[in-house]
Design a protein around this ligand. Sequence first.
Ligand SMILES: NC(=O)c1ccc[n+]([C@@H]2O[C@H](COP(=O)([O-])OP(=O)(O)OC[C@H]3O[C@@H](n4cnc5c(N)ncnc54)[C@H](O)[C@@H]3O)[C@@H](O)[C@H]2O)c1
Length: 496
Amino acid sequence: MPGLLSTSTAPPPRSSLVMVPSGPACWGKTFPRSIHPAPTTHPAITRNTTNFPALVRPGCSLVATEAPPIWDCRLRVADWQAAPPTESIADPGWPFESRTAVPSLPVTVSRGRRSPDRYNARRRAEGSAHAYIPQGNVNSAWNYRAHQPRLRGTADMSRLGIGMIGGGAISNAHLAAVAASDKAELVCVADLNASTAEEKAEKFGAKSFATDYRELLAREDVDAVIIGIPAGLHAEAALAAFQTGKHVLVEKPMARTLAECDAMIGAAEQAGKVLQVAMVRRFDADWGKVRELVQAGKVGRPCLWRRMAQGSAPQPPHGAWYSDASLSDGPLAESGAHDFDFVRYTFGDVRAVTATNWQMGRVGSVLDTGIVTLDFESGDRMLCVWSWGLPPKCGGGTLSGMDVLGPDGALQQSRHRDDGRYECVVNGPDGAQEVFDFDNPRAGDYWFSGQFDNFVESVHGRQTPRATGLDGRKAQEIALAAFESSRTGRRVELPL
Ligand SMILES: NC(=O)c1ccc[n+]([C@@H]2O[C@H](COP(=O)([O-])OP(=O)(O)OC[C@H]3O[C@@H](n4cnc5c(N)ncnc54)[C@H](O)[C@@H]3O)[C@@H](O)[C@H]2O)c1
């Protein structure tokens, strides 16, 4: 079966042609998210996110042919010479009839954080429709279910039943990805707090909610769970999920101890179920581009990946547990998990860790600031500084983000350009500069959609998880080695 991102020029099966919107008939129409992964250089399609459909512009027509369970969508680009005349994009279960009405005005897309309705209303008053794409605002009050162009009435039995354990901040991103997927259906949300569980269930269209996740796990219509509760509780919930035969996508850090990680990996193997760790950065084209350029030797090897990040600790009432040392290991484990995982994904395994870790801020009991250096087997190195020690709403320092330095040059973190594309710049010898621009079709959807697709496909055995239990374990091992190094004042060799 062709993958979501695959393209082909094979002719569509004529006998099953079901709809041919073309020319002006489809201009400005919206189509479900899942058809948007057109080739990245395609100017006729405005890229979009999980939450908004693709927009078809003048010069482009779209033909769909039905070949259940795959919908084959053909984009015809009449006025762009460089493009191949047709491209086809596989889209399982695309419900054509569910297209939502859109303004008949010329449509462009921008990214931002304003209220969609207010923003679009203002743009319409200005004489053009300007579609808003929520950009990573996981706390948005946007009702995803109501705005998803999905056919709710036509239940597809092949859809994976999803249970969400934990209805806190991160659940918004996961549940938006579930809501946008045609391959899954949200069945139940469980949270200790009944009103949280009920609110999330309502907002994202779950059939039910629960205050005890065991109730969720007891449901036969739940095939897989997403675990988004504090890290110290991940192992217990995952083990219970495997015992009831569910697949698991668990948030990072995978668990607080390596023993818990091992238990989760063992339980998944024993149950024959998927265990995926939500290392969502592996699905971001932005970080992916940096990885690609580094691996292609653009700055030379071995190189030094520098990462600096800071902020204030999550403030009560939201996420007070993040600052409580009995429940959290602080930023090096909670946030550093993404960094440690991503550099491992790029360079391979870590050989040794050196760190200092202390409390700089005045909130809670965690060691909120850390400096870590990693030595990789490859000879590459990482310097990572993470702090939650700033006061609330402090603007932060000037050194934030990441870059990669090597014997042949320096790579700056990619930036979003005015034309909607992204670019990475590599400064080379003698003032030379190379610019690598690229599209980021997943920008704005928090990368969670790509991750969720990968999870669902892994459950069906068509892919493998991009971040496995072992990857989750290795990221946590680095954080634990950093704590040990800080405690002992020594460089810590891995494996622990
Ligand atoms: N991938 C990312 O970028 C990212 C971002 C933020 C958080 N996270 C991770 O997601 C997890 C949750 O973080 P959050 O920010 O959503 O926290 P949060 O405090 O906002 O939400 C946690 C929720 O879990 C609920 N809960 C706690 N114990 C429970 C239990 N036993 N059963 C059911 N519900 C329970 C709480 O009531 C709360 O609603 C953490 O592991 C965190 O590190 C990942």
